[in-house]
Design a protein around this ligand. Structure first.
Ligand SMILES: [Zn+2]
Length: 167
């Protein structure tokens, strides 16, 4: 499975979220190549402003395994994580986060986000208590992009980066 495949699983969670009346944003947490938790954006249902897909995914994993440390997992989301979710991941010791769409591409008129927010840039500033450097990157790109990993390694945004749409 590639990063893109895992983002597709997050898209599936986003579709479920949308079907349940939430925002079409989803997240999955992977360990040893397997999904260990999913998260849906259920802010309204739970009347919880922190109920974002990624934070819910982290909550679900910690609750399921009765742990607080999610080292050696990878968090995938359909959308670039917000500051809260990025910090939640850091507190949970998650070393890698990949997402399907940049916030500015999906939600240009962002009402509450940090100005000039860039999770990839912020991720580079986060050193986890495991000692690992957090890695954050967008991976869902058009098919003519040779490798999503290459984009991450280059640290560049792909101009052909696409919006995720839900049918
Ligand atoms: Zn969030």
């Amino acid at each position: 499975m590639t990063h893109k495949d895992y983002v597709r699983l997050a898209i599936r969670a986003a579709k479920e979220s949308e079907l349940e009346g939430g925002a079409a944003i989803g997240s999955v947490l992977i360990r040893n190549g397997k999904v260990i938790a999913i998260g849906k954006s259920l802010v309204w249902q739970s009347k919880d402003p922190t109920g974002h897909a990624e934070s819910n995914c982290i909550r679900n994993a910690c609750s399921k395994f009765n742990i607080l440390d999610l080292d050696n997992t990878i968090l995938y989301g359909t959308l670039e994580p917000c500051g809260m979710c990025l910090s939640s991941a850091a507190w949970a010791n998650i070393p890698e986060i990949y997402f399907g769409a940049y916030r500015k591409d999906v939600e240009p008129a962002n009402r509450y986000e940090i100005v000039d927010w860039g999770s990839e840039t912020m991720g580079k500033k986060i050193r986890l208590h495991s000692g690992k450097q957090m890695r954050v990157g967008g991976v869902f790109c058009e098919k003519n992009v040779p490798s999503s990993l290459k984009i991450m390694q280059d640290g560049k945004r792909n101009p052909k980066f696409t919006k995720i749409t839900f049918q």
